[in-house]
Design a binder for this molecule. Structure first.
Ligand SMILES: [Zn+2]
Length: 227
């Protein structure tokens, strides 16, 4: 009886106060219809669209695409996925990444490889956000995900290092776990800042015989465009 009453009152409460989602772009609780961005953030997100863009220096990538610049709502979405563990964000984020990648088609890409996380950091965080994005982007692109790369050293965070330090920090940090000979790989990460991590991964894939590497990230934070 109590259970029935409780269900009835829950139902009445839901009628009076429809569930209010928290905006993943600005944290507002304004009761918008879609579950992850308010209208203002949706507009700002659309304004920061990138699509196909210049790959990081070094000539390792055959092409690159980014869904958005790393500003405003796009930055908040990355942080919500990464640090607050809002996994379900990977679904819309991966979908938008696939749309960005389609702007550089035809690429002949045949698999998606996420930038790996060191096992120790993976244990701390519980999941590899790049892998979640890779799975969703791959599903939208109808490509298989290959967890071909492994991180053998738990490197320092790249963010505060200079260019030379970044490269030294990543020297020998990745190995191949899988045969990638002749594969045309879409390398996936959440954010691309200087591209050092992505380039090191690309070099490892190319050394292993991959015939092409494309870069696909949710956000591009380059040339002081970091917020
Ligand atoms: Zn918002």
């Amino acid at each position: 009886m109590m259970e029935k009453l409780k269900r009835a009152s829950d139902w009445a409460l839901r009628l009076l106060y429809p569930s209010r989602a928290v905006c993943m772009g600005c944290d507002s609780q304004s009761g918008f219809p879609r579950p992850w961005l308010c209208e203002a953030c949706r507009v700002r997100l659309a304004e920061s669209w990138v699509g196909a863009a210049k790959p990081p220096e070094g000539g390792l990538f055959e092409g690159a695409a980014y869904a958005y610049r790393y500003v405003g709502p796009a930055g908040s979405m990355v942080r919500n996925l990464k640090y607050r563990g809002v996994w379900r964000l990977a679904e819309p984020m991966g979908r938008h990444m696939a749309r960005a990648f389609e702007t550089i088609q035809p690429t002949g890409a045949d698999c998606v490889v996420p930038v790996p996380m060191h096992p120790k950091r993976l244990r701390q965080r519980g999941f590899n956000h790049a892998e979640k994005l890779a799975e969703q982007a791959a599903a939208n692109l109808r490509l298989p995900v290959l967890k071909a790369l492994a991180r053998t050293r738990n490197t320092r965070q790249q963010a505060r290092l200079s260019g030379a330090e970044r490269r030294a920090n990543l020297d020998g940090a990745f190995t191949l776990d899988m045969d990638v000979k002749g594969r045309r790989v879409v390398l996936v990460d959440d954010v691309c800042t200087t591209g050092t991590t992505a380039s090191t991964c690309a070099q490892t894939l190319l050394d292993g015989g991959a015939s092409a590497v494309f870069l696909l990230c949710f956000a591009m934070a380059r040339g002081g465009e970091d917020e």
